[in-house]
Design a protein around this ligand. Sequence first.
Ligand SMILES: C[S@@+](CC[C@H](N)C(=O)[O-])C[C@H]1O[C@@H](n2cnc3c(N)ncnc32)[C@H](O)[C@@H]1O
Length: 214
Amino acid sequence: MTTTAPRPVNPLVLFEAALGGAPVMAVHLTHAAPVDVAAWTAERDSVDEAIVGLCEGPVLDVGCGPGRFAAALAARGVPALGIDVSRDAVRRARARGAVALRRAVEGPVPGEGRWGTVLLADGNIGIGGDPRSLLKRCRELARPGGLLLVEADPDPEMDVSGPLVLHAEDGRRSRPLPWARAGSLVLRAIADELGLVVAEEWDLAGRVMLSLRS
Ligand SMILES: C[S@@+](CC[C@H](N)C(=O)[O-])C[C@H]1O[C@@H](n2cnc3c(N)ncnc32)[C@H](O)[C@@H]1O
């Protein structure tokens, strides 16, 4: 008797299972780590607060997940919109007090060219697997002179791109989605190429943030 492997599922199915509490691993090339929902849903820590403090409104939180940053900004009275491709993430972000819409960053987004800050927090520079294209898109979304606030990989030389596959404990696998990791040196080089100025770089307890200005 031959057995066939189950068909891979849409990555959003397993991502949303993780949001609901199921243990899910993200396997990206040689790197495997649990999908860290706890970090996105925990009470904000001092590093999150510092990141919020760097933002200039109005803020577009790209890949907002359950709304950690968009909700914190709203609580401070800073106009902010979270966008995410996951319906469940958007629902959770709204429940947390954020304004959030189900949108892909690559598609139409409200207020294009008018955002004071475009935020790519917590590895979201990986979205789409091509940091150069993503930064170019974010530059279009920001107002002239606006800020792109980007969390870099802790390894400044990190520069990998390739398929990311989600693995659920029950054996389900997702279809691969393109993802990237990029360190600050790599992001600085891309910024230079795109005519973005690196305004500042912060190491916040091991989390590296870069601010780029158009
Ligand atoms: C690392 S999680 C977000 C964590 C959140 N930024 C935080 O720090 O709490 C990545 C998010 O990006 C979203 N995402 C993936 N591709 C996207 C795209 N093309 N456009 C918008 N959001 C996307 C995923 O659904 C997921 O919620």
